[in-house]
Design a protein around this ligand. Structure first.
Ligand code: SF4
Length: 173
């Protein structure tokens, strides 16, 4: 996670890590209000930093490892599919799904330390239950996204469908 004032330090560590370990590495941009439901926009990164975050990758492992979580298939208006990682959408700043139908709460939920259950880390829709409830009535219908930044990987992974004239689903694989 690339705190701008420690960008060089994080980058230097990532480079050292890549030399020593064959694994995927992502340099993730951060948002003001990270960890809270009210994100207020991306931290400022200059063009060079932005390019480094977009292009930096880890090192392929020679072992046959299962694919990491966070991959999905994006389907465009022409019906063409493209495999994407959560990280790709984040660095390309393609995580504004305002007005899209979102399956968070149907495909995934989050449980906070307090035991509160929400559909997603964006907290949209409020609390939907508590871990100590005898009966849970979890959502069965998607919600319409009203948040301009979908920032958490788990949130981004739930299926989203653009519902205007043409549907553009993004789906987990
Ligand atoms: S798209 Fe992301 S921000 Fe919007 S409702 Fe779904 S999980 Fe929340």
């Amino acid at each position: 996670m690339m705190l701008p004032e420690r960008f060089e330090e994080c980058l230097s560590f990532a480079k050292r890590l890549r030399e020593e370990v064959a694994c995927s590495i992502s340099l993730q941009p951060l948002y003001h209000g990270f960890g809270s439901p009210s994100l207020k926009g991306r931290f400022h990164y200059d063009d060079e930093q932005d390019e480094i975050m977009k292009s930096f990758r880890g090192r392929e492992s020679e072992k046959r490892l299962p694919e990491p979580r966070g991959y999905m298939v994006a389907v465009n208006q022409a019906g063409e599919e493209e495999k994407k990682a959560v990280f790709d959408l984040l660095v390309e700043q393609k995580t504004n799904f305002t007005g899209w139908q979102c399956n968070a709460g149907i495909e995934n939920i989050i449980v906070m330390f307090s035991g509160e259950i929400h559909r997603a880390w964006c907290m949209q829709g409020g609390m939907i239950g508590h871990i100590s409830d005898d009966n849970l009535f979890l959502p069965e219908r998607p919600m319409v996204c009203q948040t301009t930044i979908c920032q958490c990987g788990a949130d981004i992974c739930s299926t989203k469908i653009k519902v205007d004239t043409v549907q553009i689903p993004i789906m987990m694989v």
